[in-house]
Design a protein around this ligand. Structure first.
Ligand SMILES: N[C@@H](CCC(=O)N[C@@H](CS)C(=O)NCC(=O)O)C(=O)O
Length: 208
């Protein structure tokens, strides 16, 4: 059975969501952030030397990095459903969106979060990150102008993976300026698997 090492208030909710979409059996091991440092507990280092979540175990295989986890889960348990066919241009675009989530979109989000924790948004990094975030949101909004999902009519792992940044930004500054992205987020977050992930995230969040 798959084990998900889940940290509260983290990127791990996406993995719950993907597992629920796939309908595979899994168990969740919950960890709580330190309320002051916001770091994960040392216990998580036993499974990931970086002490970060999400991490999954499947048949003795340990995989970190949300993008790699979603790629693995979809390839192994839902390739016909949650990804375009392999070796097609659509699949290459799908992989591009998988990498976009953590490789490009997450950086300005994390930078802005850390700056707000330090109450110091008016610095070079603040302006830089805000501009990059605007680019990310504009790109996604334009992409979704004539599509139901990032890959067109097919809901894929790329939608789950990219949801983290868009959901967080929606929760802090709102997505009014990006109406197609906003409608898309309402659409995907209404999916039963997304709702289940939200409920489980809340259930395992001792801070909530
Ligand atoms: N790029 C990694 C990021 C993993 C990561 O930084 N996870 C955060 C939670 S969102 C974490 O575990 N932080 C705890 C810590 O740094 O102590 C991924 O997508 O899985």
């Amino acid at each position: 059975m798959i084990t998900l090492h889940h940290l509260n208030q983290s990127r791990s909710k996406r993995i719950i969501w993907m597992l629920e979409e796939l309908g595979v059996e899994y168990q969740l091991v919950a960890y709580q952030r330190d309320k002051v440092t916001r770091r994960a507990p040392e216990a998580l280092r036993a499974i990931n030397p970086l002490g970060r979540s999400p991490v999954i175990e499947d048949d003795g295989l340990v995989i970190c990095e949300s993008g790699a986890i979603i790629d693995y889960l979809v390839s192994r348990y839902g390739a016909d459903t949650f990804a375009p066919p392999a070796n097609t241009p659509a699949h290459a675009r799908y992989v591009q969106w998988l990498h976009f989530a953590e490789g490009t979109a997450a950086f300005p989000l994390i930078a802005l979060y850390l700056l707000s924790a330090d109450n110091s948004q008016k610095c070079f990094l603040g302006g830089f990150a805000r501009e990059q975030m605007t680019d990310v949101l504009t790109l996604a909004n334009n992409e979704l102008a004539d599509k139901t999902y990032l890959m067109g009519d097919q809901f894929t792992g790329a939608d789950v993976l990219n949801s983290f940044v868009f959901e967080k930004i929606g929760g802090t500054q709102g997505l009014d300026e990006y109406p197609d992205l906003e409608k898309y987020m309402q659409r995907i977050l209404a999916r039963p698997a997304a709702q289940k992930a939200e409920a489980l995230e809340r259930k395992h969040d001792a801070e909530a």
